[in-house]
Design a protein around this ligand. Structure first.
Ligand code: ZN
Length: 126
């Protein structure tokens, strides 16, 4: 049907567009990821779920809150993408208990106690 017509170089157009609008695209993407991260945090209760948290009542500062894989093995996920936060929210809505919110202190204490950090840096567990 469109024989003889030259294809519009869409790929080239977007590559050029991205180069000329790099800063705006980066800001928009960062803003979107922050928004979707906050939604995921809202789904998970907006506070550290460790009952022994050092902050009375559980830390509620979103800057310190981290999404933790309850059973470990979270180091394969790409946590900087919006797809990760969508995955967390989907899992929560399905009722799976795979993720929880922990503050940075509680998350690292859990990682040390369960020796999860050794898997991340490639040290074999004894
Ligand atoms: Zn905590």
């Amino acid at each position: 049907m469109n024989e003889g017509k030259k294809k519009y170089p869409v790929k080239k157009y977007y590559a050029k567009y991205y180069q000329t609008h790099k800063k705006q695209r980066h800001e928009a993407t960062t803003k979107y990821i922050h928004k979707i991260r906050n939604k995921a945090i809202e789904c998970l209760g907006e506070k550290c779920s460790n009952p022994d948290c050092l902050v009375p009542g559980g830390c509620k500062d979103s800057r310190c809150l981290q999404i933790d894989h309850i059973y470990g093995n979270g180091n394969h996920d790409n946590r900087k993408s919006s797809a990760y936060y969508n995955q967390v929210m989907k899992s929560f809505k399905k009722g799976e208990k795979k993720y929880q919110l922990l503050c940075a202190n509680c998350n690292w204490i859990k990682r040390c106690e369960n020796k999860e950090y050794l898997k991340t840096i490639g040290v074999p567990l004894l």
